[in-house]
Design a protein around this ligand. Structure first.
Ligand code: FES
Length: 137
């Protein structure tokens, strides 16, 4: 015969085990949705002849980026806002990128200026490939 204190201990242990399993599973699911899966880098080729005023746009895995070339080289950064992944656009009059979703702003080098974005626009690696720039990210 099982007394009530033994049954209570068993139920407490079972409840604690269920709570721990649920917490671990929930944390794993949340983590999987917050961080992208590891993907191999992708490379886009931007012919130098296609630049207009030293700029060109391209895409990596369907996400747009801008490449800005100068006499000393080139930089490229994502046009995907670091807040909620809306696409930022260049505002020539203000010389800044504006995110239309929540009015986040970034300077011409993709550095965060204001609004809810938590970080600068993501930078990509750029390689001089002769007649083209290769952007990898
Ligand atoms: S998605 Fe860009 S500011 Fe919110």
């Amino acid at each position: 015969m099982v007394d009530s204190s033994t049954r209570r201990e068993f139920l407490n242990r079972a409840l604690a085990a269920w709570a721990a399993t649920t917490a671990v599973g929930g944390a794993a699911a949340a983590g999987a949705s917050l961080w992208p899966r590891d993907e191999p880098p992708s490379t886009a080729r931007i012919p130098k002849a296609s630049l207009q005023n030293g700029r060109a746009t391209g895409s990596l895995r369907g996400a747009p980026f801008v490449l800005v070339a100068s006499g000393s080289g080139a930089v490229a950064f994502s046009l995907v806002c670091t807040h909620a992944r809306c696409i930022v656009r260049w505002e020539a009059a203000d010389k800044r990128f504006l995110c239309p979703c929540h009015k986040g702003t970034f300077d011409a080098d993709g550095r965060r200026l204001s609004g809810p974005p938590p970080a600068d626009l993501r930078r990509f690696e750029v390689r001089d490939a002769g007649d083209a720039w290769e952007v990898t990210g």
